[in-house]
Ligand binder design. Sequence first.
Ligand code: AMP
Length: 396
Amino acid sequence: MNALNKKTVEDLSVAGKKVLVRCDFNVPLADGKITSDKRIVASLPTIQYLVKNGAKVILCSHLGRPKGEFKPEFSLAPVAVRLSELLGQEVKMAKDVVGESAQALAADLKDGEVMLIENVRFHKEETKNDPEFSKKLASLAELYVNDAFGSAHRAHSSTTGVADYLPAACGYLIQKEIEFMGTALANPKRPLVAILGGAKVSDKIGVITNLLEKCDTIIIGGGMAYTFMKALGYEIGTSLLEADRVEDAKAMMETAKAKGVKFLIPVDNKVGKEYAPDTEAMVINSDEIPEGWMGLDIGPKTQELFADAIKGSGTVIWNGPMGVSEWENFAAGTIAVATAVAESGAISIIGGGDSAAAVQKLGFADKMSHISTGGGASLEFLEGKELPGIAALNDR
Ligand code: AMP
């Protein structure tokens, strides 16, 4: 599959056509109120394009985990209200997913009108990618657009199955993900530098393995770095360790050496006595971590080492914080790396999840070229895996 070759919404003739759009409206809710409308705002370009071009727009999404039953607390009705405000036009809310209400509203929809069907996960068939359910969903429309990157690594009816029954293209959100991450992997501006952090090596082995084939430099920070230090024979105190991954870590460093890929791990650390935000802390070299102390952030020498490696890069891919960046005392490493990436002038791609949240919280979001909207999906993309929600789309 060549993700860069997929049809986009602009490749479809949408005027007068019913278009089923899979959005990511999985918004945070508290007491039935939306606490962040970021995902709804992010969906606007595709919806507005369709409205402007005279499509009849039928939106769908999942929200939370209702486990295949109608549960009012997982209704998308609050999304329809907020989306109406943002679009400045009515968004008709169906009472069901593929039942009478959805069918009647879809049948009556006029060009340029917008409707939203209920949470696709009210049907257990959705997550099973059940062909009959996919067909029913598809029968509401004539064309299909997937714009939910965060769910593109799941083969569900609304992300994958419907594409068996309708011409299928991606929306602007997925298009941007493909353009940035696809280009970074297939034809990057070099040097290509990957920065990987976060808690677990086991989560990122696939990514590191794939990136070892493509990158000029790999930088490892965060809790996962200590498994690499262990692989080098260092004592790491009470730092995070995945003992069953030490051999993998060793093998990755050997591969890097054989391929001439620069592989950087922390040379110093900010270690703490306990896993707590205000624990007693000190800076120590990686080969001198005393017993009973745990590495909670990269140290100042490492910040400099990493910043130097980032400085001359053409493309940077970053996934995972350099330390426990949620805690002020252990956020300096992540801030230093975010600053270096922001100032590098490189094409900068931030993986979803924790790194995206860190970059946003630290105020660097508008300095990055692309912040992925999918945590799991962006990791799988960087692993070189085929995402079913993208693979199902038609080629140009
Ligand atoms: P991930 O979800 O794998 O990207 O990991 C993010 C989490 O890793 C954050 O919650 C961080 O607090 C945690 N983390 C980063 N560095 C460390 C560390 N040195 N020790 C423990 N946890 C860490």
